[in-house]
Design a binder for this molecule. Structure first.
Ligand SMILES: [Zn+2]
Length: 391
């Protein structure tokens, strides 16, 4: 189904950002969209590689671009602490500082502060926390979080939210989502930039009514897009999928939907079915550094002895620089010898694998054949010849 371009701009939305819904799948709720930003456009569903500290570890921006990646994620918390957002601002903003010309999404830092555990103190005002680098004391408020992201100049900013662990008592979840809503309002009020988009983040654990309550409150504030936060924090897979399903049904249809921190190829394929448009996760990059590589036929642990003499590429269907030029035997040697090039070549491949997967997803949604694509992919991926040990 062809849809109208969204051109509604309220006080709270960016003038340079737009989401265009281009097609819907025939038998699932999967959608094909296009996001427009001041640094270019990208189609959705999309996977966003993580470049926490203004670098996708091991790769030059040019290498990242060659994988087919159109948008990367950087982290507000980490860049605020080191080298400092003001320094990045003085160097012309994040795009110029790291020489990445395409869109950047900045995570708010709420999740990083959450994962610091005892080093933080939460009040109505914001988070008081100690730097994981030098122990210095800091306060992150919704207002300062937006000011930092505006100085960084990312294309998509995220609201500061409170992420709680799983399992949690219902009243705790309720209190946390109420705070997240109050903070979202403060973030919306604090924004000055009209060129950067701002996404609201919904909390509410795995409770359908609480997620709905949070999403409705956020939708009333009119954000440029909406994220599902507080997931992939230890809940069982079925609960994650169920929560994504009922949450996506409550989210505004005409704005991008972003599932934060998820996940594996299986997770992505499942959540696309429910209408999620954007994903990010450390899995492809982190696993690449640990020698765990993705192929069409399943996961491959490159250090295993069976690859010692293997002249084949990692994945004979992959067109990445690594697969076009190097054998499994060479990649195993680099990994065992702890050579820097192992990280570079493995990361190129894993990011290309995710970018190619998402391209396949989009083509299938465009053609209305998503379910067939998903089934065929998983059939090969889950029953393929590669081992799954050590992942
Ligand atoms: Zn490859």
């Amino acid at each position: 189904m062809k849809l109208e371009k969204n051109d509604i701009h309220t006080q709270n939305t960016s003038r340079s950002f737009a989401f265009e819904l281009k097609a819907r799948d025939a038998s699932t709720r999967a959608r094909l969209g296009e996001v427009h930003t001041p640094h270019g456009s990208f189609e959705t569903p999309v996977f966003i590689p993580v470049g926490t500290r203004a670098t996708v570890k091991g790769l030059t921006p040019e290498m990242v671009e060659q994988t087919g990646t159109k948008i990367i994620l950087a982290n507000t918390y980490h860049l605020y602490l080191r080298p400092g957002h003001e320094l990045i601002g003085r160097h012309g903003g994040l795009h110029r500082f790291m020489n990445w010309p395409l869109p950047i999404l900045t995570d708010s830092g709420g999740f990083q502060v959450y994962s610091l555990g005892v080093l933080r103190k939460l009040t109505e005002e914001g988070y008081a926390f100690q730097s994981h680098i030098d122990g210095s004391s800091h306060v992150m408020t919704p207002e300062s979080c937006i000011a930092i992201q505006e100085t960084l100049g990312s294309d998509i900013m995220m609201c500061l939210d409170e992420c709680i662990s799983y399992p949690a008592e219902r009243r705790q979840v309720e209190a946390s989502l109420a705070l997240t809503i109050r903070w979202a309002k403060r973030c919306a009020d604090a924004r000055r930039s009209t060129s950067q988009a701002l996404f609201g983040i919904s909390q509410g654990g795995v409770h359908a009514d609480l997620r709905k309550r949070c999403i409705e409150a956020l939708a009333e504030m009119g954000f440029d897009g909406y994220a599902l936060g507080g997931l992939s924090v230890g809940e069982p897979k079925e609960l994650l999928y169920e929560t994504v399903e009922f949450s996506a049904l409550a989210l505004p249809d005409d704005k991008p939907r972003y599932l934060m921190g998820v996940g594996t190829p299986e997770d992505i394929l499942e959540c696309v079915c429910h209408g999620v448009d954007m994903f990010d996760c450390v899995i492809p990059t982190r696993n690449a550094r640990n020698g765990m590589l993705f192929t069409k036929k399943g996961k491959l642990v490159i250090k295993n002895a069976r690859y010692r003499q293997d002249r084949n590429p990692l994945d004979d269907q992959c067109r990445c620089y690594t697969c076009r030029n190097f054998s499994r035997a060479y990649l195993r040697h680099l990994f065992i010898a702890r050579e820097i090039l192992a990280i570079v070549l493995n990361t190129i491949h894993n990011i290309t694998f995710y970018a190619t997967l998402m391209k396949g997803v989009r083509e299938a949604v465009r053609g209305g054949t998503y379910e067939t694509f998903r089934k065929a992919f998983l059939d090969t991926y889950q029953t393929g010849s590669e081992e799954e040990k050590g992942c």
